[in-house]
Design a protein around this ligand. Structure first.
Ligand SMILES: Cc1cc2nc3c(=O)[nH]c(=O)nc-3n(C[C@H](O)[C@H](O)[C@H](O)COP(=O)(O)OP(=O)(O)OC[C@H]3O[C@@H](n4cnc5c(N)ncnc54)[C@H](O)[C@@H]3O)c2cc1C
Length: 410
């Protein structure tokens, strides 16, 4: 029997919006909709496997989570990101200089915070469970069928729901995307990310360090105390070999890759491999279905953009739906979906392009391209206004930011 949190009230009988999914994008969309006064059901299956990843949430995402009453529930378990270092560890002829970004340079106390995914999800679940305008159903969605002025959603239990707006936050293999008839462009990379959490003997000083290697970035991101998370991008065969090492050998390998900056490493239980790809839906909404998070776009874990984009999707569709409701317009109407597409396409495409370019220039054996990369990083290091502009834009786009993300609070 699926568990249903929330009373048998007007929401569970007659929702205005249904959010499909149970990840961070789905929970945020559901909370933002409910908080904005839209009667919402969240229908999603809690994933069976614990996600051992961490997420570097940038300042504008923290602002949104603050405004939604989520951040207070988990802030004490997150580590601030005050400094970010990019270090060329390629050993190539053209080596880029080290570039250091400091949040104080753009008048922020921190660029954002790094948090373990299960901790973030627990806080989102806790907040979602306490909202009168939101009912949570822990069940799999087996069918999504647009039908004129509503979209039907069928659960594995046999229950059928319907609403004017469906938010598809059901991840990279989204059923909602198929139901909306939206095609996908997908480009696999010949790279795999190994993730693991670490305890170390030296402090990280709230600094994340990204070593650029010829197979991709090796990034250490602070966690509270003398702990960090690692995202190590490798060629597929190497990733398998490294992932199979025993804890002690893996710890030594990681310490060597990190040039011992954090001292002796201890590998914590739980490691995972993620094949990398870029995946973008051709449209972000159609037939009363709006796609958010990885249902709409997947980017490689370079520059901590993936979920930050997903959270911007989530609050944007919530704000547009609430505006439509306030104006007595159809919250799943074509004009709402068109406004959503317009608000999100540029942000998603431009960040996808920058990540792709950064990755290609790192992997390339083509000397002029390596030289160009070095010059770019040299300019970032030496030209203050350029560096500050890149830092500000890295956190969130200057224009078209959703209301819930304005005025960073960190
Ligand atoms: C190694 C790595 C490191 C990363 N680091 C960062 C970072 O530092 N910063 C950052 O911003 N991003 C980062 N990302 C990206 C981030 O992890 C993803 O963007 C995020 O997890 C996607 O969340 P989501 O809610 O869109 O999708 P998911 O987390 O995949 O959630 C989808 C949900 O839908 C549910 N679902 C699917 N199908 C159905 C169905 N039929 N019925 C019901 N429910 C269903 C699933 O159970 C799941 O709960 C990283 C990614 C990787 C791989």
């Amino acid at each position: 029997m699926p568990d249903k949190i929330g009373t048998e009230n007007a929401v569970s009988r007659n929702p205005e919006a249904i959010v499909v999914g149970r990840g961070p994008a789905a929970l945020t969309a559901a909370i933002a909709l409910a908080e904005a006064g839209v009667a919402t059901i969240l229908a999603g299956k809690r994933p069976p496997r614990t996600d051992n990843r961490t997420t570097a949430l940038l300042a504008s995402s923290i602002t949104a989570l603050e405004n939604l009453g989520v951040w207070d529930l988990c802030a004490d378990k997150a580590a601030p990101l005050i400094t970010m270092r990019l270090v060329d560890a390629t050993g190539r002829l053209f080596r880029a200089p080290e570039v250091r970004f400091d949040a104080h340079e753009i008048d922020l106390d921190a660029f954002g915070y790094n948090i373990e995914n299960p901790v973030l999800i627990d806080a989102l679940e806790q907040r979602a469970g306490g909202l009168a305008n939101l009912a949570l159903i822990d069940d799999e969605v087996v069918a999504v069928e647009p039908d004129g002025d509503k979209t039907d959603v069928e659960l594995k239990s046999g229950e059928r729901l319907a609403a004017r707006l469906v938010v598809g936050a059901d991840g990279r293999n989204s059923m909602c995307r198929d139901a909306a008839g939206i095609e996908l462009s997908n480009r696999p990379y010949k790279q795999v990310a190994l993730t693991v959490c670490l305890t170390h003997t030296r402090p990280h000083h709230d600094t994340s360090t990204e070593f650029h290697t010829a197979s991709g970035p090796f990034t250490l991101v602070p966690l509270p105390g003398n702990r960090s998370s690692l995202v190590w991008v490798l060629r597929p065969g190497d990733a398998d070999a490294v992932a199979e090492l025993g804890d002690e050998d893996l710890a030594l390998e990681i310490e060597a890759m990190a040039h011992s900056i954090l001292g002796k490493m201890t590998v914590e239980p739980g490691r995972a491999l993620f094949p990398l790809n870029v995946q973008t839906a051709r449209r972000f909404g159609a037939r009363r279905i709006a796609l958010v998070g990885e249902a709409a776009h997947v980017v490689p874990p370079i520059g901590a953009q993936g979920l930050n984009l997903g959270l911007r999707d989530a609050v944007t569709i919530a704000e547009l739906a609430a505006e439509a409701k306030d104006d007595s317009r159809d919250i799943g109407g074509a004009d709402v979906l068109a406004a959503y597409e317009k608000a999100r396409r540029g942000d998603v495409m431009s960040r996808g392009m920058v990540i792709d370019m950064a990755n290609r220039t790192l992997l390339s054996d083509f000397l002029p391209l390596q030289g160009l990369r070095g010059i770019g990083l040299y300019a970032l290091d030496k030209i203050g206004p350029l560096r500050r502009a890149v830092m500000r834009e890295g956190i969130a786009p200057r224009f078209g930011r959703p209301k819930l993300m304005r005025d960073e609070v960190v």
